[in-house]
Design a protein around this ligand. Structure first.
Ligand code: NAP
Length: 264
């Protein structure tokens, strides 16, 4: 059961990127249960509109759909314009995707698109909403990293680097924001059953559900600055932590290779 009172500081509207699927979609549902309205951002307009109708019917909240490709630099300005007159107090930056396999064999266009969506857009949105939240004296930023971002991860070298960027950015920024009324939460999930694995061309073994990640995220908002949702994420990160970095890289490389659809 969500304690809506605790979430009141985030105002009546959230902006959720990646709301059309997986973790972002489930976080929108959790927020709706707490009576927070959402601006749902993604490219799949059909899915976003279906979610908007579902949340309206089931939780009575208002949703607005913004179809936007976050790889496009103009998307940030469009989000700013779309949300300017709403009482937004929470940004959930869940949109992202992964690539896998040998970096040198992958298409550079896809890698650069991933860099834009996973890093550039998250940085720009954090800056834009962060400043707005500081001005209103309260708010929250939720940034989604990954357990692969705690060390280099062969066979997902670039994806893991984008997630290391988010984790490190979030850890530093959370401290900078202390005393401003703005909370920052970095969420570092392990394998989670969403459409992520298909797009990344990987097979998941044991995996979390996006609902588990979403409920842990909303529970941690305002209380923690970084979480590892679920047992598996904690097990992987904490068991590797005491090892030398080179050993962690080797182990994560073996884990990732085992997940490749086309190991080559
Ligand atoms: N699933 C996992 O195992 C796992 C583990 C650790 C971290 N993560 C992270 O969790 C986050 C959410 O992923 P997920 O697992 O929920 O995967 P998902 O089900 O594939 O959802 C990804 C979301 O990102 C959006 N997105 C992707 N590219 C976009 C673009 N160019 N412009 C706008 N939106 C875009 C998608 O929306 P559209 O298709 O509508 O554009 C979709 O809503 C990602 O940042 C991912 O890196 C996932």
């Amino acid at each position: 059961m969500i304690n809506s009172k605790r979430l009141e500081k985030y105002g009546s509207w959230a902006v959720v990127t990646g709301a059309s699927s997986g973790i972002g979609r489930e976080i929108s549902k959790e927020l709706a249960q707490a009576k927070i309205n959402s601006v749902l951002v993604g490219r799949n307009t059909g899915e976003l509109e279906a979610l908007s109708r579902e949340l309206g019917t089931e939780s009575g909240v208002e949703c607005r759909v913004l179809s936007s490709d976050l790889a496009d630099e103009n998307s940030i300005g469009a989000i700013e314009k779309f949300t300017r007159n709403l009482d937004v107090g929470l940004l959930v930056a869940s949109a992202g995707f992964g690539t896998s396999g040998g970096f040198m064999s992958n298409k550079i266009e896809t890698e650069l698109e991933m860099l834009s969506v996973n890093c550039r857009a998250v940085t720009a949105l954090s800056w834009m909403f962060g400043r707005r939240f500081i001005e209103r004296g309260r708010g929250g930023l939720v940034l989604v990293s990954s357990i692969v971002g705690f060390q280099g991860t062969p066979w997902a070298s670039h994806y893991s680097a984008t997630k290391a960027y988010i984790q490190v950015f979030a850890e530093g920024l959370a401290r900078e924001l202390k005393g401003t009324g703005v909370d920052l939460l970095a969420v570092a999930p392990g394998p989670t059953k969403t459409s992520f694995a298909d797009r990344a061309n990987t097979n998941l073994g044991q995996a979390l559900t996006p609902g588990q990640v979403a409920s842990e995220t909303v529970r941690a908002l305002g209380r923690r600055s970084s979480i590892l949702p679920g047992f598996l994420s904690k097990l992987l990160v904490y068991s590797l932590a005491p090892l030398p970095r080179s050993a962690r890289i080797s182990i994560m490389g073996k884990v990732m290779r085992g997940m490749l659809v086309n190991p080559g």
